[in-house]
Ligand binder design. Structure first.
Ligand code: FMN
Length: 190
């Protein structure tokens, strides 16, 4: 059975390269990882004052979806050398209420992608900083900073180059191994 992976996308744009990448990964991962995009654009900004009786249902649904996942794949652009606010908000929402973080011990991988040459290196490492605190074992190698995003996809959003697909397959291979190593007891019961 493929592992059930929550994919979080750090962009709200319709023609987002991150979203194209997420879809392009699906066939590359199919036999080992079932990738499901969890939408984060509708999550209200985190505010501790509304936890409890007024907790937004979208926060609760999001937290439950992450709890059920056996791993989390973050695919994000870099905004001003850091993590886009929409993704940081989702990370914050999942981390609370205090002591009930849905992230704890959940295996993770990060792919950053940018039209620029550095492939979102800054965002990748700022996100890693949060994941260390949240106790998420996160794939270290291969590092995945995907540059030149504007040249990677055809009109239909498919990857144009076999060497890019090969690299990404390798990232997913390592993530699949990583999940077995770090979460052998988190297989969701059916
Ligand atoms: C507010 C903002 C800040 C950005 N800052 C960076 C940056 O620091 N580094 C970078 O490589 N690209 C930066 N970009 C360009 C994004 O990488 C580019 O818009 C990318 O296509 C966004 O990802 P998406 O295609 O998934 O929406 C920025 C874009 C925006 C809108």
């Amino acid at each position: 059975m493929p592992r059930n992976i929550a994919v979080l996308i750090g962009s709200l744009r319709k023609r987002s390269y991150c979203r194209m990448l997420a879809h392009a990964l699906e066939p590359l991962a199919a036999d080992r990882l079932q990738l499901s995009i969890i939408e984060i654009g509708g999550l209200p900004l985190y505010n501790q004052d509304i936890e409890g009786d007024a907790t937004p249902p979208t926060w609760t649904m999001f937290r439950n979806r992450i709890r059920q996942a056996e791993g989390v794949l973050f695919i994000t652009p870099e905004f001003n050398r850091s993590v886009p606010a929409v993704l940081k908000n989702a990370v914050d929402v999942g981390s609370r209420p205090y002591g009930q973080s849905v992230w704890d011990k959940k295996p993770a991988a990060i792919i950053t992608i940018s039209p620029g040459a550095m492939g979102g290196f800054g965002a990748n490492h700022h996100l890693r900083q949060s994941l260390v605190f949240l106790n998420m074992p996160t794939v270290q190698q291969p590092e995945a900073y995907v540059g030149g995003a504007a040249e990677l996809f055809d009109e239909a959003g498919r990857l144009k180059r076999e060497d890019t697909a090969q690299f990404l397959r390798g990232v997913l291979d390592e993530f699949a191994v990583w999940i077995e190593r770090h979460a052998p007891t988190t297989q969701a019961s059916s």
